[in-house]
Design a binder for this molecule. Structure first.
Ligand code: DC
Length: 225
């Protein structure tokens, strides 16, 4: 027996991180936020002063950076050179720069291979002791884990997505750019608005988190029957 792989993709603000973490917690699985690998790579480049226009320099940094991912759904975190950078990878600076790594066609395959290896590890051991993993990110259902037991594309109306990301007092223009602008940039290299064959679409526009979590867990149970 190997563990279950639940792959969840979709654009920002669809609830995929919250739902993925909750599903992983309830099912005793690891939680893998693949976006964090792009974010920590971006932070590593920013700290080292790497010129993002030099695509090979970015790829070299990605290939050699010292990153550790802690896949605990209750407390996921990311270490760079042993330092917990979980907060730093969520800053506006990283959010507005990360597409430069995500669209770098030399760096991307290196991160994709790392992601495949992390997922494979969790089906045989790792933090989940082989129970498996909920992996989320833009190309998870198609490129990284097309063989996943459960594949879900989460969607929601654009304005609902922007509103979910805009916290109290947040500058709406910045949030709009971070959500919709980044989708546009990412869409040049990843397709994440249309469900591929065999991928379930879950439109969360009118769903509560609880309803979305139950829908995914329902699919997981079906897959294991
Ligand atoms: O999901 P997120 O906002 O943390 O993603 C950060 C960036 O990485 C964003 O530009 C999308 C990109 N990404 C990607 O291209 N492929 C993935 N599997 C995950 C994230």
């Amino acid at each position: 027996m190997t563990g279950i792989v639940i792959a969840i993709d979709g654009p920002a603000g669809t609830g995929k991180s919250t739902v993925s973490r909750e599903v992983a917690t309830r099912l005793g699985l690891a939680y893998f936020d693949t976006g964090a690998t792009y974010r920590v790579a971006t932070l590593a480049c920013l700290r080292d002063g790497v010129d993002f226009a030099q695509t090979s320099d970015v790829a070299a940094m990605v290939a050699t950076m010292n990153v550790e991912l802690i896949l605990d759904p209750r407390n996921p975190h990311v270490l760079l050179d042993g330092e917990d950078v979980s907060a730093q990878i969520r800053t506006d600076t990283v959010a507005l720069t990360v597409s430069k790594v995500a669209t770098n066609l030399e760096a991307r395959p290196i991160l994709q291979e790392l992601q495949r290896e992390v997922i494979r590890m969790e089906t045989v051991g790792g933090l989940s002791e082989g129970r498996g993993v909920v992996a989320e990110g833009r190309d998870i259902t198609t490129v990284i884990a097309p063989e996943a037991d459960v594949r879900v594309l989460m969607t929601a109306d654009d304005e609902v997505r922007v509103a979910r990301r805009a916290g109290e007092g947040a500058d709406l223009a910045t949030v709009r750019e971070a959500v919709l602008g980044r989708d546009r940039k990412d869409a040049t290299v990843v397709s994440f608005h249309q469900a591929a064959d065999g991928v379930h679409t879950l439109d969360t526009t009118d769903l509560t988190i609880e309803e979305a979590v139950r829908a995914v867990i329902g699919l997981a149970h079906e897959a294991q029957l």
